[in-house]
Design a protein around this ligand. Structure first.
Ligand code: SMO
Length: 774
C-alpha cells in the first residue's frame, strides 16, 4: 500500500514549549513486531495445558423456540466425553451480555443456557471431551426437542403491537431500552424558516468485524478453587468481574489473562456464552478446558454491527444554513441487548453534531428481534447515523446548487460548539480536515475534474466527514491507570491493564513513558494482560487507550522522574530544576560536562539503599473528539455494476501523532473495513427463518490487500486535547466512519444515482441504472 504519511506537527506542543520529542512522534519498531512476523507470539489458541480437554457448543437450528426436552445421555456415553452442560445443570443467573454499565438503561437479559432460544445459532448445550473431534461427535448425540415460537426478523415487525415478546425483562414492546430522545431548540420553527426541506430513509447492512483470531478461551481451576481464564478479550477486568459475579467468587479467585490478540474491533468487549461454559466445563471435569470458535461460529456466536433504519429530515436556507434536523433511528439489536443501549445513545446523540444545527429533535430506538446478536463494533452507532447525515447533506448541496464540500465546510462544527457529549468542542478539527483535503485533491469551488468516461466506466469524486469521541464519557465514566517502576539498571517497566488488540497501543504507551523519563524506547518494557498483576482497567475500547491510559502512563512516569531527578540532583549537586534527561543521561542545563546516567542514579549508593521507585498514574477523561474528512474517487462500471474505489485521501485530526506508522495503519484498516461495509460485506440471515446464510469467508466478502486502492493519509495535529498525552486524542474508531458516505457520494457523482442503503452491490447498481435508462 502506498500510504504516504504526513504528520503535520504544529511547531508548539500543548504546553507552549517547542515540540522537541525524542521518542514520541517517531515510528519506533513495535515491540510485538518480531514475535508476530516470526509466528512466535503466543495467542490463546496456541495454549496447550497438560490434560487439557476441548469444549464445543451445540447451536440451535431454530430462531425462536422453547426447549421442551434435552437429553445428553447418549453424548455422555460416548468414550472420551467428560461432561455435558445443558440448562438443567448450569447456574441460572441472569446477567448482562455486555458487562458494560455504559447506560443506566442496560437490562440483564442473558442466562448462561436458557430454556428458550432466541436466534438461529444460539448455544443450547456444551460438551468437554478429550479431543475436538469427539466433542463434535458428542454434539450430534444430544437430543433437543423444540417447541417453536413465533419469530420476528425485522424491527418493524418486532415493534408492532401484539408482536411476539422476545424477552420478559426490559421496558417491554421488544425495546432494549426506553427510547433515546434528544431535543434542542425548536424544529417546527426551524422547518418553517427553511427554503428547502430534504427527507429520506437510509439503511445500513449487517457487517461483522471478522477479526482474524476467532474467539477462544482456556479455563483452569486450581485445588483451592481459583479460576484462571485465558481469553481473547478487550475487557479482561470486566470478564473477571462478571465471571466472579455469576460463579459467586471473590475477585481475587478469578484471574484473567490475555497476551496477544488477533483483533477485536469492539465485539470482544462482550462476555460471551462460551466463556461461562468453558469455566463451568473445567470445574465439572477438574481439567483445563479450551473452547475455540470455528470461523462459522465466529459469525454465529460473535457480534455484528447493528443494522439500522434511519428516517432523516432537514431544513436548509438558500445559503446552506441548516435550520432544523429531525430523525428517528431504529437499531436492530438481535436476540440480546449487548451494547444496544450504548450504541443507540451514542449514535442518536451524534446527530446533534458534525454539521451544526440549533434545532434538533432525535429519537433512537433499539429493538430485540430473533436475529444474531449485534454488539459493539468500531464506529459504535455513529457509522449508521453519519451515513444518513452525510448523504443527505450531499443531496441538499445538489438541490441548493452549492458545492458539497463548501456546504460541509460552512456547517462544520467548530471550536466552542456543543458536542454530542454536551461539552464544548476544542479546536477547529473538522474544518482543518476538509480544507487540507480539498487542497490535496484539488477541490476548489467544485469537485476535482472528472476523468472522461472510458467505455462502460464512469468516474466521480465524493467527500464524507465524521467526528468521534476519544472516550465513552459521559455514557460511562472511564479511568485509565498505569504503574511505572524503575529498575536498578536504569530501565523501566510499565504495568497496564489495557489489552493489546493488535493496534500497537502498548508501543505507544511505552513511547510516552520513555519520552517522559528521558529514556530510550528500548529501555521501557510493558507488562500487561494479567488481572492479578496490573492495575485495574476498564477495557480497550472507545478509541481511548493511547488518549486515556497514555495520559495515566505519562502521570506515572512524571512521578518516577521527579524521584529519580532528586537522587540525580544529590549526585550532581545541582538543583532539580536545572536537570535535563535524555537518552538515559541526566545533565545539568548549560553545563553538559556535569552528567550522570540514569543507570548510575538507580544503582544503590551511599545513603540511597534501595532502587525502588514507583509511580502510579490515574486519569479520568472528559470528552474529546477527533475528526476526519475522507476524499474518494470511484469508477463505476455501468456494464457489470462493479464499483471500484480508485483512491482515498483521508485527512484525520487527532491532536498528536504518537506513532505515525501505527496510526496510519489504523486509518488504512478502517478504510478497508469501510470499503467492505459499503460495497461487499453483509452478514445475511434468511428473513423467513433467521438462518445464517453466509457464515464463512467464502461467502462473506471482505476486500483483500490486493483490492485496496492507494491511500494518501494526512494526519493533522491542529486541535490537541489539553488532557491527552502531548495533546493526543483517539484514532481507533474514526477511520471506519467517513469512508462509506464518501464512496456513496462519489458514486452519485459518477452515475447520478443516490444509494441510501449499504452495501451497494453490483446488482443494486445495475437495477438502479436500468430504472434510470429503461
Ligand atoms: S466499538 Mo469500541 O471497542 O467502543
Amino acid at each position: 500500500m502506498n500510504a504516504r504519511v504526513q504528520a503535520e506537527a504544529q511547531a508548539l506542543g500543548q504546553r507552549g514549549e517547542p515540540a522537541d520529542h525524542a521518542v514520541v512522534g517517531k515510528s519506533v519498531k513495535r515491540r510485538d513486531l518480531l514475535d508476530k512476523v516470526t509466528g512466535n507470539a503466543v495467542y490463546v489458541g496456541d495454549l496447550k495445558l497438560p490434560g487439557m480437554l476441548y469444549g464445543k457448543t451445540l447451536r440451535s437450528h431454530v430462531a425462536h423456540a422453547r426447549i421442551v426436552r434435552i437429553d445428553a445421555s447418549r453424548a455422555l456415553a460416548l468414550p472420551g466425553v467428560k461432561a455435558v452442560l445443558t440448562h438443567e445443570n448450569v447456574p441460572r443467573v441472569l446477567h448482562y451480555g455486555s458487562p458494560h454499565p455504559r447506560s443506566v438503561s442496560c437490562t440483564k437479559d442473558q442466562y448462561i443456557l436458557d430454556t428458550r432460544v432466541r436466534y438461529w445459532g444460539e448455544g443450547v448445550a456444551a460438551v468437554a471431551a478429550v479431543s475436538e473431534e469427539i466433542a463434535e461427535q458428542a454434539l450430534e448425540l444430544i437430543e433437543v426437542e423444540y417447541e417453536p415460537l413465533p419469530a420476528v426478523f425485522d424491527t418493524d415487525a418486532a415493534l408492532e403491537p401484539g408482536a411476539p415478546p422476545i424477552h420478559d425483562v426490559g421496558p417491554g414492546g421488544n425495546l432494549v431500552l426506553p427510547p433515546v430522545r434528544v431535543q434542542r431548540g425548536d424544529v417546527a420553527r426551524g422547518f418553517a424558516e427553511a427554503d428547502l426541506i430534504v427527507e429520506g430513509e437510509y439503511r445500513t447492512g449487517r457487517p461483522t468485524p471478522a477479526y482474524m483470531e476467532p474467539n477462544v478461551c482456556v479455563a483452569q481451576w486450581d485445588g483451592n478453587g481459583k479460576l484462571t481464564m485465558w481469553s481473547s478479550t478487550q475487557t479482561a477486568f470486566m470478564v473477571r468481574g462478571i465471571l466472579a459475579e455469576v460463579l459467586g467468587l471473590p475477585l481475587n479467585q478469578v484471574r484473567v489473562l490475555v497476551d496477544h490478540m488477533g483483533g477485536g474491533f469492539g465485539a470482544k468487549q462482550d462476555l460471551f456464552q462460551h466463556e461461562f461454559l468453558c469455566a463451568l466445563l473445567a470445574r465439572h471435569t477438574r481439567k483445563p478446558v479450551k473452547m475455540e470458535f470455528t470461523r462459522k461460529e465466529t459469525f454465529l456466536g460473535g457480534r455484528s454491527r447493528h443494522p439500522c433504519r434511519i428516517w432523516l429530515k432537514q431544513g436548509f436556507k438558500r445559503d446552506g444554513t441548516i435550520t432544523a434536523r429531525q430523525a428517528k433511528l431504529v437499531y436492530d439489536s438481535g436476540a440480546y441487548g449487548s451494547h444496544g443501549p450504548g450504541v443507540t445513545t451514542v449514535g442518536t446523540t451524534s446527530l446533534t453534531s458534525l454539521y451544526r444545527c440549533e434545532n434538533v429533535d432525535l429519537e433512537g430506538l433499539c429493538v430485540y428481534t430473533n436475529n444474531p446478536i449485534a454488539g459493539a463494533y468500531r464506529g459504535y452507532g455513529v457509522v449508521q447515523a453519519y451515513w444518513a447525515l452525510d448523504l443527505q447533506i450531499d443531496e441538499a448541496a445538489e438541490r441548493l446548487g452549492l458545492d458539497p464540500a463548501a456546504l460541509k465546510l460552512k456547517n462544520a462544527v467548530r471550536e466552542g460548539d456543543v458536542a454530542p457529549s454536551g461539552h464544548p468542542l476544542v479546536g477547529h478539527g473538522l474544518e482543518d480536515c476538509i480544507r487540507r483535503g480539498m487542497a490535496e485533491v484539488g477541490w476548489g469551488a467544485a469537485r476535482p475534474a472528472k476523468r472522461p468516461p472510458n467505455g462502460p466506466l464512469r468516474y466521480g469524486w465524493g467527500l464524507g466527514c465524521e467526528m468521534h469521541g476519544s472516550s465513552a464519557y459521559p455514557g460511562i465514566k472511564e479511568q485509565g491507570n498505569a504503574i511505572v517502576k524503575m529498575n536498578e539498571d536504569g530501565s523501566a517497566t510499565l504495568l497496564t491493564g489495557a489489552a493489546g488488540l493488535g493496534t500497537g497501543a502498548h508501543t505507544a504507551l511505552a513511547q510516552i513513558v520513555a519520552e517522559e523519563l528521558g529514556l530510550r524506547f528500548e529501555d521501557v518494557s510493558v507488562m500487561h494482560g494479567d488481572t492479578d498483576v496490573v492495575p485495574w482497567d476498564i477495557g480497550a475500547f472507545a478509541s481511548h487507550t493511547t488518549f486515556m491510559v497514555g495520559r495515566a502512563a505519562q502521570i506515572a512516569a512524571q512521578q518516577v522522574k521527579a524521584q529519580m531527578l532528586e537522587r540525580a540532583a544529590r549526585r550532581l549537586e545541582a538543583p532539580v530544576a536545572e536537570l535535563r534527561v535524555r537518552d538515559g543521561v541526566v545533565t545539568v542545563a548549560g553545563d553538559p560536562q556535569r552528567s550522570v546516567t540514569v543507570r548510575e542514579v538507580m544503582q544503590p549508593a551511599r545513603g540511597i539503599p534501595s532502587a525502588h521507585i514507583v509511580g502510579h498514574g490515574s486519569y479520568t477523561p472528559t470528552k474529546s473528539y477527533s475528526f476526519a474528512a475522507h476524499f474518494v474517487e470511484v469508477a463505476v462500471d455501468t456494464e457489470t455494476g462493479q464499483i471500484e474505489v480508485l483512491q482515498v485521501v483521508p485527512v484525520h485530526e487527532f491532536g498528536k501523532v504518537i506513532h505515525p506508522v501505527a496510526a496510519s495503519g489504523q486509518i488504512e484498516g478502517g478504510i478497508q473495513q469501510g470499503i467492505g461495509h459499503t460495497l461487499t460485506e453483509d452478514y445475511v440471515v434468511d428473513p423467513k427463518t433467521g438462518r445464517s446464510l453466509n457464515a464463512s469467508f467464502v461467502d462473506y466478502k471482505m476486500p483483500l490487500a490486493m483490492d485496496m486502492p492507494p491511500i494518501r493519509t494526512i494526519m493533522l495535529e491542529s486541535a490537541p486535547d489539553p488532557g491527552g498525552p502531548y495533546g493526543a486524542k483517539g484514532i481507533g474508531e474514526d477511520p471506519i466512519i467517513a469512508i462509506g458516505p464518501a464512496i456513496a457520494n462519489a458514486v452519485h457523482d459518477a452515475i447520478g444515482v443516490r444509494f441510501r442503503a449499504f452495501p451497494i452491490t453490483p446488482e443494486k447498481v445495475l437495477q438502479a441504472l436500468a430504472e434510470v435508462n429503461p
